[in-house]
Write a protein that binds this ligand. Structure first.
Ligand SMILES: [Zn+2]
Length: 128
C-alpha cells in the first residue's frame, strides 16, 4: 500500500522521502525509499522548492479531509520505516558534500547532453 495515503497497491512507485538531488542531498537508501502511488508521488512546489516529506504528507492528509491524529499516525509509520532500515542521520556537512557532488554530476551530464545534441544537429545538417 502507498505509505502516504494508504491506498491499495496499484501501480506503486518509489518515493524518496528526502529527494536525492542537488537541492536536498537524500540518499538512495532503503530507509529513504517508500512505496507510493502515482497520485502521491509528485510534490507541490513552494517558492521553487518542493515540500519536504512531512509537509507533503500533511498536504495529502489535509486533501483527504483527515484529522491531525491521522497525520501523526502516518508520520509515525514513516518514521518507523526510516528507523527499521536505519537511514543514517546526515550532518549538515555531509548533506552539503552530497548536494555539491550531485550538482557537479548534473552540470557534467547537462554539458555532455548539450554537446551530444550540438553534434547530432551538426551531423544532421551535414547530411542534408
Ligand atoms: Zn498515495
Amino acid at each position: 500500500m502507498c505509505l502516504l495515503d494508504l491506498t491499495p497497491p496499484n501501480g506503486l512507485q518509489r518515493e524518496h522521502l528526502v529527494s536525492p538531488n542537488q537541492q536536498y542531498g537524500g540518499l538512495h537508501h532503503p530507509g529513504n525509499v517508500v512505496r507510493c502511488c502515482g497520485g502521491c508521488n509528485p510534490r507541490r512546489q513552494v517558492g521553487g522548492k518542493e515540500l519536504v516529506w512531512e509537509d507533503h504528507l500533511a498536504d495529502i492528509v489535509d486533501k483527504q479531509g483527515h484529522s491531525i491524529n491521522v497525520l501523526q499516525e502516518r508520520k509515525k509509520r514513516i518514521l518507523e520505516h526510516i528507523a527499521r532500515y536505519d537511514y543514517p542521520e546526515l550532518s549538515d556537512k555531509e548533506v552539503a558534500a552530497i548536494t555539491a557532488i550531485a550538482k557537479d554530476l548534473y552540470d557534467r551530464v547537462s554539458e555532455d547532453v548539450n554537446k551530444g545534441v550540438t553534434l547530432s544537429w551538426s551531423i544532421h545538417e551535414d547530411l542534408i
